[in-house]
Design a protein around this ligand. Structure first.
Ligand code: HEM
Length: 411
Protein backbone atom coordinates (compact mmCIF):
# COMPACT_ATOMS: atom_id res chain seq x y z
CA UNK A 1 0.00 0.00 0.00
CA UNK A 2 1.50 3.38 -1.00
CA UNK A 3 2.62 5.95 1.51
CA UNK A 4 0.97 9.36 1.05
CA UNK A 5 4.45 10.69 0.16
CA UNK A 6 4.65 8.27 -2.79
CA UNK A 7 1.33 9.27 -4.36
CA UNK A 8 1.01 11.85 -7.08
CA UNK A 9 -1.37 14.13 -5.26
CA UNK A 10 -2.77 17.48 -6.37
CA UNK A 11 -1.73 20.62 -4.50
CA UNK A 12 -4.44 22.60 -2.70
CA UNK A 13 -3.14 26.13 -2.08
CA UNK A 14 -5.50 26.84 0.80
CA UNK A 15 -3.20 29.55 2.14
CA UNK A 16 -3.89 31.81 -0.89
CA UNK A 17 -6.33 34.73 -0.60
CA UNK A 18 -7.90 33.57 -3.91
CA UNK A 19 -8.70 30.23 -2.26
CA UNK A 20 -10.33 31.93 0.72
CA UNK A 21 -12.49 34.06 -1.60
CA UNK A 22 -13.59 31.15 -3.80
CA UNK A 23 -12.30 27.72 -2.82
CA UNK A 24 -14.47 25.62 -5.12
CA UNK A 25 -12.50 25.89 -8.40
CA UNK A 26 -9.40 24.73 -6.50
CA UNK A 27 -11.21 21.96 -4.64
CA UNK A 28 -13.02 20.69 -7.74
CA UNK A 29 -9.73 20.50 -9.65
CA UNK A 30 -8.11 18.66 -6.74
CA UNK A 31 -11.02 16.20 -6.53
CA UNK A 32 -10.53 15.24 -10.17
CA UNK A 33 -6.99 14.10 -9.32
CA UNK A 34 -7.82 12.44 -5.97
CA UNK A 35 -11.26 12.15 -4.35
CA UNK A 36 -10.30 13.16 -0.80
CA UNK A 37 -6.61 13.95 -0.35
CA UNK A 38 -4.30 16.75 -1.48
CA UNK A 39 -0.86 18.16 -0.64
CA UNK A 40 -0.55 21.43 1.21
CA UNK A 41 1.97 24.25 0.84
CA UNK A 42 2.00 24.76 4.62
CA UNK A 43 3.11 21.16 5.20
CA UNK A 44 1.36 17.82 5.45
CA UNK A 45 -1.84 16.85 3.67
CA UNK A 46 -5.30 18.28 3.29
CA UNK A 47 -8.23 15.91 3.75
CA UNK A 48 -11.27 17.41 1.99
CA UNK A 49 -13.59 14.46 1.21
CA UNK A 50 -16.60 13.87 3.47
CA UNK A 51 -15.99 10.22 4.41
CA UNK A 52 -12.27 10.66 5.01
CA UNK A 53 -12.65 13.86 7.07
CA UNK A 54 -15.44 12.25 9.12
CA UNK A 55 -13.59 9.00 9.74
CA UNK A 56 -10.13 10.44 10.40
CA UNK A 57 -11.35 13.18 12.77
CA UNK A 58 -13.29 10.52 14.65
CA UNK A 59 -10.36 8.15 14.98
CA UNK A 60 -8.77 9.23 18.27
CA UNK A 61 -6.07 6.56 18.21
CA UNK A 62 -4.76 7.51 14.77
CA UNK A 63 -4.42 11.26 15.17
CA UNK A 64 -3.67 13.70 17.96
CA UNK A 65 -4.08 17.47 18.26
CA UNK A 66 -1.48 19.67 16.64
CA UNK A 67 -1.47 22.40 19.31
CA UNK A 68 1.31 21.12 21.61
CA UNK A 69 3.84 21.95 18.85
CA UNK A 70 2.71 25.57 18.62
CA UNK A 71 4.39 26.91 21.78
CA UNK A 72 7.79 25.68 20.54
CA UNK A 73 7.16 27.16 17.09
CA UNK A 74 6.69 30.59 18.70
CA UNK A 75 9.57 30.01 21.15
CA UNK A 76 7.04 30.49 23.93
CA UNK A 77 7.46 27.29 25.95
CA UNK A 78 7.17 27.92 29.69
CA UNK A 79 5.14 31.12 29.24
CA UNK A 80 1.55 31.26 30.49
CA UNK A 81 0.32 31.28 26.88
CA UNK A 82 2.68 28.45 25.93
CA UNK A 83 1.39 26.35 28.85
CA UNK A 84 -2.19 27.06 27.75
CA UNK A 85 -1.55 26.04 24.16
CA UNK A 86 -0.04 22.71 25.22
CA UNK A 87 -2.25 21.92 28.22
CA UNK A 88 -5.74 23.16 27.28
CA UNK A 89 -8.61 20.79 26.56
CA UNK A 90 -8.22 20.84 22.77
CA UNK A 91 -4.49 20.07 23.03
CA UNK A 92 -4.63 17.11 25.41
CA UNK A 93 -5.66 13.48 25.02
CA UNK A 94 -6.52 10.51 27.22
CA UNK A 95 -7.15 10.84 30.94
CA UNK A 96 -6.20 14.52 31.27
CA UNK A 97 -8.51 15.43 28.38
CA UNK A 98 -11.38 13.41 29.86
CA UNK A 99 -10.91 15.14 33.23
CA UNK A 100 -10.84 18.67 31.76
CA UNK A 101 -13.92 17.99 29.66
CA UNK A 102 -15.89 16.26 32.42
CA UNK A 103 -15.31 19.24 34.73
CA UNK A 104 -17.46 21.48 32.48
CA UNK A 105 -19.62 19.12 30.43
CA UNK A 106 -22.73 19.47 32.63
CA UNK A 107 -22.88 23.21 31.92
CA UNK A 108 -23.18 22.60 28.16
CA UNK A 109 -26.19 20.27 28.03
CA UNK A 110 -29.09 21.47 25.82
CA UNK A 111 -31.24 21.94 28.95
CA UNK A 112 -28.70 24.25 30.59
CA UNK A 113 -27.95 26.17 27.43
CA UNK A 114 -31.65 26.73 26.69
CA UNK A 115 -31.88 28.62 30.00
CA UNK A 116 -29.75 31.33 28.39
CA UNK A 117 -31.86 31.89 25.27
CA UNK A 118 -33.49 34.93 26.91
CA UNK A 119 -30.04 36.38 27.60
CA UNK A 120 -29.01 35.73 23.98
CA UNK A 121 -32.07 37.59 22.69
CA UNK A 122 -31.45 40.45 25.08
CA UNK A 123 -27.83 40.78 23.90
CA UNK A 124 -28.65 40.71 20.18
CA UNK A 125 -31.59 43.12 20.66
CA UNK A 126 -29.28 45.58 22.40
CA UNK A 127 -26.77 45.29 19.57
CA UNK A 128 -29.48 45.77 16.94
CA UNK A 129 -30.73 48.89 18.77
CA UNK A 130 -27.22 50.27 18.42
CA UNK A 131 -26.39 49.14 14.86
CA UNK A 132 -29.65 49.19 12.88
CA UNK A 133 -30.02 53.02 12.97
CA UNK A 134 -26.70 53.27 11.10
CA UNK A 135 -28.54 52.16 7.95
CA UNK A 136 -25.36 50.63 6.50
CA UNK A 137 -22.70 48.68 8.37
CA UNK A 138 -20.29 45.76 8.31
CA UNK A 139 -22.31 42.73 9.39
CA UNK A 140 -19.14 40.73 10.18
CA UNK A 141 -18.13 43.36 12.73
CA UNK A 142 -21.65 43.56 14.11
CA UNK A 143 -21.65 39.77 14.58
CA UNK A 144 -18.30 39.87 16.38
CA UNK A 145 -19.86 41.61 19.41
CA UNK A 146 -22.49 38.95 19.89
CA UNK A 147 -20.80 35.74 21.15
CA UNK A 148 -18.44 37.49 23.57
CA UNK A 149 -21.30 39.55 25.02
CA UNK A 150 -23.30 36.34 25.53
CA UNK A 151 -20.27 34.67 27.11
CA UNK A 152 -19.87 37.54 29.61
CA UNK A 153 -23.58 37.20 30.42
CA UNK A 154 -23.07 33.47 30.96
CA UNK A 155 -20.28 34.19 33.44
CA UNK A 156 -22.30 36.92 35.12
CA UNK A 157 -19.62 39.51 34.28
CA UNK A 158 -20.27 43.19 33.48
CA UNK A 159 -20.44 43.92 29.72
CA UNK A 160 -17.94 46.79 30.27
CA UNK A 161 -15.10 44.33 29.71
CA UNK A 162 -16.38 43.21 26.29
CA UNK A 163 -14.29 45.56 24.05
CA UNK A 164 -11.02 44.61 25.79
CA UNK A 165 -11.76 40.89 25.70
CA UNK A 166 -12.88 41.06 22.09
CA UNK A 167 -9.56 42.64 21.07
CA UNK A 168 -7.61 39.99 23.00
CA UNK A 169 -9.63 37.19 21.36
CA UNK A 170 -8.91 38.68 17.94
CA UNK A 171 -5.19 38.31 18.69
CA UNK A 172 -5.57 34.80 20.17
CA UNK A 173 -7.31 33.80 16.93
CA UNK A 174 -4.00 34.47 15.16
CA UNK A 175 -2.25 31.66 17.06
CA UNK A 176 -2.73 29.20 14.18
CA UNK A 177 -1.40 31.73 11.64
CA UNK A 178 2.11 30.52 12.60
CA UNK A 179 3.38 34.08 12.06
CA UNK A 180 6.29 34.39 14.52
CA UNK A 181 5.90 38.18 14.64
CA UNK A 182 2.70 37.48 16.60
CA UNK A 183 4.58 35.98 19.59
CA UNK A 184 4.62 39.07 21.84
CA UNK A 185 1.08 40.24 20.97
CA UNK A 186 -0.15 36.68 21.66
CA UNK A 187 1.51 36.63 25.08
CA UNK A 188 0.15 40.10 25.95
CA UNK A 189 -3.39 39.24 24.77
CA UNK A 190 -3.32 36.07 26.83
CA UNK A 191 -2.55 38.08 29.98
CA UNK A 192 -5.69 40.15 29.32
CA UNK A 193 -7.75 36.96 28.96
CA UNK A 194 -6.21 35.46 32.09
CA UNK A 195 -7.00 38.54 34.21
CA UNK A 196 -10.55 38.53 32.86
CA UNK A 197 -11.31 34.92 33.82
CA UNK A 198 -9.32 35.16 37.04
CA UNK A 199 -11.41 38.06 38.33
CA UNK A 200 -14.65 36.37 37.16
CA UNK A 201 -13.72 33.24 39.14
CA UNK A 202 -12.65 35.19 42.24
CA UNK A 203 -15.85 37.21 42.20
CA UNK A 204 -17.94 34.06 41.88
CA UNK A 205 -16.09 32.41 44.74
CA UNK A 206 -17.19 35.27 47.01
CA UNK A 207 -20.88 34.99 46.16
CA UNK A 208 -23.47 32.26 46.76
CA UNK A 209 -22.96 29.53 44.16
CA UNK A 210 -25.64 27.94 42.03
CA UNK A 211 -25.33 24.49 40.54
CA UNK A 212 -25.79 24.87 36.82
CA UNK A 213 -23.75 27.92 35.76
CA UNK A 214 -20.47 27.44 33.91
CA UNK A 215 -18.16 28.75 36.64
CA UNK A 216 -20.20 27.04 39.36
CA UNK A 217 -19.96 23.70 37.58
CA UNK A 218 -16.19 23.98 37.35
CA UNK A 219 -15.79 25.29 40.91
CA UNK A 220 -17.61 22.18 42.08
CA UNK A 221 -15.25 20.05 39.95
CA UNK A 222 -12.27 21.86 41.43
CA UNK A 223 -13.57 21.40 44.97
CA UNK A 224 -13.99 17.69 44.21
CA UNK A 225 -10.33 17.52 43.11
CA UNK A 226 -11.06 16.91 39.43
CA UNK A 227 -9.25 20.03 38.18
CA UNK A 228 -6.95 22.62 39.75
CA UNK A 229 -7.22 26.42 39.73
CA UNK A 230 -5.02 26.82 36.64
CA UNK A 231 -7.00 24.24 34.67
CA UNK A 232 -10.25 25.97 35.65
CA UNK A 233 -8.96 29.27 34.22
CA UNK A 234 -7.51 27.58 31.12
CA UNK A 235 -10.89 25.94 30.48
CA UNK A 236 -12.67 29.28 30.66
CA UNK A 237 -10.23 30.87 28.23
CA UNK A 238 -10.64 27.87 25.92
CA UNK A 239 -14.43 28.37 25.96
CA UNK A 240 -14.18 32.10 25.30
CA UNK A 241 -11.75 31.54 22.42
CA UNK A 242 -13.52 28.42 21.05
CA UNK A 243 -16.84 30.22 20.86
CA UNK A 244 -15.73 33.62 19.53
CA UNK A 245 -14.50 33.45 15.92
CA UNK A 246 -16.56 30.35 15.19
CA UNK A 247 -19.98 31.64 16.22
CA UNK A 248 -19.61 35.10 14.74
CA UNK A 249 -18.26 33.78 11.43
CA UNK A 250 -21.00 31.19 11.20
CA UNK A 251 -23.74 33.77 11.77
CA UNK A 252 -22.19 36.05 9.14
CA UNK A 253 -21.84 33.16 6.65
CA UNK A 254 -25.48 32.16 7.10
CA UNK A 255 -26.68 35.73 6.61
CA UNK A 256 -24.49 35.97 3.49
CA UNK A 257 -26.03 32.77 2.11
CA UNK A 258 -29.64 33.84 2.59
CA UNK A 259 -29.51 37.61 2.20
CA UNK A 260 -30.76 37.29 -1.39
CA UNK A 261 -33.36 34.61 -0.55
CA UNK A 262 -36.37 36.53 0.74
CA UNK A 263 -38.55 33.46 1.31
CA UNK A 264 -35.94 31.85 3.61
CA UNK A 265 -35.32 35.18 5.34
CA UNK A 266 -39.04 35.64 6.04
CA UNK A 267 -39.44 32.11 7.38
CA UNK A 268 -36.50 32.67 9.74
CA UNK A 269 -38.23 35.78 11.08
CA UNK A 270 -41.42 33.80 11.70
CA UNK A 271 -40.23 30.41 12.91
CA UNK A 272 -37.38 29.52 15.29
CA UNK A 273 -37.69 25.81 14.38
CA UNK A 274 -36.97 26.79 10.78
CA UNK A 275 -33.94 28.82 11.95
CA UNK A 276 -32.61 25.54 13.39
CA UNK A 277 -32.76 23.96 9.93
CA UNK A 278 -31.13 27.00 8.33
CA UNK A 279 -28.29 26.89 10.88
CA UNK A 280 -27.74 23.19 10.20
CA UNK A 281 -27.62 23.78 6.47
CA UNK A 282 -25.28 26.73 7.06
CA UNK A 283 -22.92 24.48 9.02
CA UNK A 284 -22.97 21.95 6.18
CA UNK A 285 -22.75 24.38 3.29
CA UNK A 286 -20.40 26.97 4.75
CA UNK A 287 -18.74 25.45 7.81
CA UNK A 288 -15.87 27.60 9.02
CA UNK A 289 -13.48 25.18 10.79
CA UNK A 290 -10.32 23.51 9.64
CA UNK A 291 -8.88 21.09 12.18
CA UNK A 292 -5.14 20.42 12.39
CA UNK A 293 -4.02 16.98 13.49
CA UNK A 294 -0.78 14.96 13.66
CA UNK A 295 -0.66 11.21 12.98
CA UNK A 296 -0.18 9.63 16.42
CA UNK A 297 1.02 6.38 14.84
CA UNK A 298 1.44 4.88 11.38
CA UNK A 299 -2.04 4.25 10.03
CA UNK A 300 -3.83 3.64 6.77
CA UNK A 301 -7.07 4.98 5.37
CA UNK A 302 -8.69 3.99 2.08
CA UNK A 303 -5.51 2.45 0.68
CA UNK A 304 -3.23 5.36 1.70
CA UNK A 305 -0.60 5.02 4.45
CA UNK A 306 0.32 7.89 6.75
CA UNK A 307 3.49 7.83 8.84
CA UNK A 308 3.54 8.84 12.49
CA UNK A 309 4.16 12.59 12.79
CA UNK A 310 2.52 13.55 9.47
CA UNK A 311 0.46 16.72 9.69
CA UNK A 312 -3.13 16.43 8.50
CA UNK A 313 -5.34 19.41 7.80
CA UNK A 314 -8.91 18.17 8.08
CA UNK A 315 -11.21 20.46 6.10
CA UNK A 316 -14.48 19.64 7.80
CA UNK A 317 -15.82 22.71 5.99
CA UNK A 318 -15.17 21.23 2.52
CA UNK A 319 -16.47 17.83 3.66
CA UNK A 320 -19.94 19.43 3.68
CA UNK A 321 -19.56 20.23 -0.01
CA UNK A 322 -18.56 16.76 -1.12
CA UNK A 323 -20.94 15.59 -3.88
CA UNK A 324 -20.15 11.99 -2.96
CA UNK A 325 -22.29 12.51 0.15
CA UNK A 326 -24.43 15.64 -0.34
CA UNK A 327 -26.47 15.87 -3.54
CA UNK A 328 -26.08 19.20 -5.34
CA UNK A 329 -23.90 20.44 -2.45
CA UNK A 330 -23.60 24.07 -3.53
CA UNK A 331 -27.35 24.63 -3.26
CA UNK A 332 -28.31 26.12 0.10
CA UNK A 333 -31.38 24.07 1.00
CA UNK A 334 -32.57 24.10 4.63
CA UNK A 335 -34.99 21.28 3.77
CA UNK A 336 -32.15 18.95 2.73
CA UNK A 337 -32.75 15.61 4.47
CA UNK A 338 -29.14 14.84 5.44
CA UNK A 339 -27.91 18.38 6.27
CA UNK A 340 -27.57 17.37 9.94
CA UNK A 341 -24.95 14.77 9.06
CA UNK A 342 -22.24 17.41 8.52
CA UNK A 343 -19.08 17.19 10.62
CA UNK A 344 -18.74 20.95 11.21
CA UNK A 345 -18.49 20.35 14.98
CA UNK A 346 -15.92 17.57 14.60
CA UNK A 347 -16.18 14.00 15.90
CA UNK A 348 -14.41 11.75 18.35
CA UNK A 349 -13.15 12.81 21.76
CA UNK A 350 -12.64 16.47 20.77
CA UNK A 351 -16.05 17.11 19.17
CA UNK A 352 -17.27 20.59 20.01
CA UNK A 353 -18.29 20.82 23.66
CA UNK A 354 -19.96 24.17 22.92
CA UNK A 355 -22.14 23.01 20.02
CA UNK A 356 -25.49 23.53 21.78
CA UNK A 357 -24.39 26.99 22.88
CA UNK A 358 -23.25 27.73 19.32
CA UNK A 359 -26.48 26.48 17.79
CA UNK A 360 -28.69 28.31 20.28
CA UNK A 361 -26.96 31.65 19.93
CA UNK A 362 -26.81 31.51 16.13
CA UNK A 363 -30.48 30.47 15.91
CA UNK A 364 -31.60 33.27 18.23
CA UNK A 365 -29.31 35.78 16.52
CA UNK A 366 -30.54 34.78 13.08
CA UNK A 367 -34.18 35.08 14.01
CA UNK A 368 -33.84 38.53 15.57
CA UNK A 369 -31.74 39.80 12.67
CA UNK A 370 -34.37 38.51 10.21
CA UNK A 371 -37.18 40.10 12.25
CA UNK A 372 -35.54 43.44 12.89
CA UNK A 373 -33.79 43.88 9.52
CA UNK A 374 -36.34 42.59 6.99
CA UNK A 375 -34.86 44.70 4.19
CA UNK A 376 -31.20 43.83 4.63
CA UNK A 377 -29.19 43.61 1.43
CA UNK A 378 -25.56 43.57 0.31
CA UNK A 379 -23.96 46.99 0.05
CA UNK A 380 -20.61 46.07 -1.50
CA UNK A 381 -18.16 43.28 -2.13
CA UNK A 382 -17.42 41.11 0.89
CA UNK A 383 -13.81 40.32 1.84
CA UNK A 384 -12.52 37.01 3.17
CA UNK A 385 -10.41 35.82 6.08
CA UNK A 386 -7.57 33.42 5.52
CA UNK A 387 -9.06 29.94 4.94
CA UNK A 388 -6.84 27.90 7.24
CA UNK A 389 -7.91 27.96 10.88
CA UNK A 390 -11.30 29.63 11.25
CA UNK A 391 -12.43 30.84 7.83
CA UNK A 392 -15.27 33.07 6.70
CA UNK A 393 -16.06 36.67 5.99
CA UNK A 394 -13.64 39.41 6.99
CA UNK A 395 -16.20 42.07 6.08
CA UNK A 396 -19.80 41.85 4.94
CA UNK A 397 -21.05 45.31 3.92
CA UNK A 398 -24.83 45.50 4.27
CA UNK A 399 -27.50 48.17 4.13
CA UNK A 400 -31.14 48.42 5.03
CA UNK A 401 -33.21 48.63 1.88
CA UNK A 402 -36.17 50.98 2.23
CA UNK A 403 -38.26 48.66 -0.01
CA UNK A 404 -41.61 47.41 1.34
CA UNK A 405 -41.42 44.68 3.97
CA UNK A 406 -41.17 41.12 2.72
CA UNK A 407 -44.22 39.02 3.17
CA UNK A 408 -43.95 36.12 5.59
CA UNK A 409 -44.79 33.49 2.99
CA UNK A 410 -43.45 29.94 3.20
CA UNK A 411 -40.21 29.17 1.29
C1 HEM B 1 -20.48 27.52 14.91
C2 HEM B 1 -19.72 27.50 15.98
C3 HEM B 1 -18.68 26.46 16.27
C4 HEM B 1 -18.05 25.59 15.41
C5 HEM B 1 -18.24 25.44 13.91
C6 HEM B 1 -17.13 24.81 16.22
C7 HEM B 1 -16.32 23.79 15.71
C8 HEM B 1 -15.55 22.97 16.48
C9 HEM B 1 -14.79 21.84 16.00
C10 HEM B 1 -14.72 21.38 14.55
C11 HEM B 1 -14.17 21.28 17.07
C12 HEM B 1 -13.28 20.03 17.04
C13 HEM B 1 -11.83 20.40 17.12
C14 HEM B 1 -10.93 19.18 17.09
O1 HEM B 1 -11.35 18.09 16.73
O2 HEM B 1 -9.77 19.35 17.44
C15 HEM B 1 -14.49 22.07 18.22
C16 HEM B 1 -14.01 21.84 19.49
C17 HEM B 1 -14.23 22.68 20.57
N1 HEM B 1 -15.11 23.74 20.62
FE1 HEM B 1 -16.25 24.41 19.12
N2 HEM B 1 -17.22 25.22 17.51
C18 HEM B 1 -18.16 26.22 17.59
C19 HEM B 1 -18.57 26.90 18.72
C20 HEM B 1 -18.05 26.71 20.00
C21 HEM B 1 -18.50 27.40 21.18
C22 HEM B 1 -19.66 28.40 21.27
C23 HEM B 1 -17.70 26.99 22.21
C24 HEM B 1 -17.80 27.46 23.62
C25 HEM B 1 -17.76 26.69 24.63
C26 HEM B 1 -16.76 26.02 21.66
C27 HEM B 1 -15.78 25.36 22.36
C28 HEM B 1 -15.04 24.30 21.88
C29 HEM B 1 -14.08 23.57 22.68
C30 HEM B 1 -13.69 23.85 24.12
C31 HEM B 1 -13.56 22.56 21.86
C32 HEM B 1 -12.52 21.52 22.21
C33 HEM B 1 -13.18 20.29 22.76
C34 HEM B 1 -12.20 19.21 23.13
O3 HEM B 1 -11.03 19.29 22.76
O4 HEM B 1 -12.63 18.25 23.78
N3 HEM B 1 -17.01 25.87 20.31
N4 HEM B 1 -15.36 23.08 17.87
Amino acid sequence: MPLADELELPLLPAELPEFAADPMPFVEAARRAHPWLAKSNVGGYIVHGFYAARDIIGSDEDTHPFYPGIAAWYDAEGTRWGDFMSQMMNATVGEKHRRLRASAQAAFTPKNINRYRGLMRQVISGLLDEWAPKGAFDFAEFASWFPISVFCGLLGVSPDVVPRIRDALEVQGESVSLDRAMRDPLLAAFDVLWDFVDSAVREREQTARGTTGLIDTMLAARDAGMIDDTELRQNLIMFAAGGYDTSRNMLAMIVYNIIDKPAIWARCAADIAYCRRVVNEGLRHSGISTVYRVAARDFEYDAVQFSKGTMLILMVSMAGRDPAYFTDPMTFDPDRANAGQHVAFGRGQHYCIGMYLARAQIEEGLQLVAQRLPHLRLAGTPTWRSYLGISGLQTLPVMLDPAPARELTPA
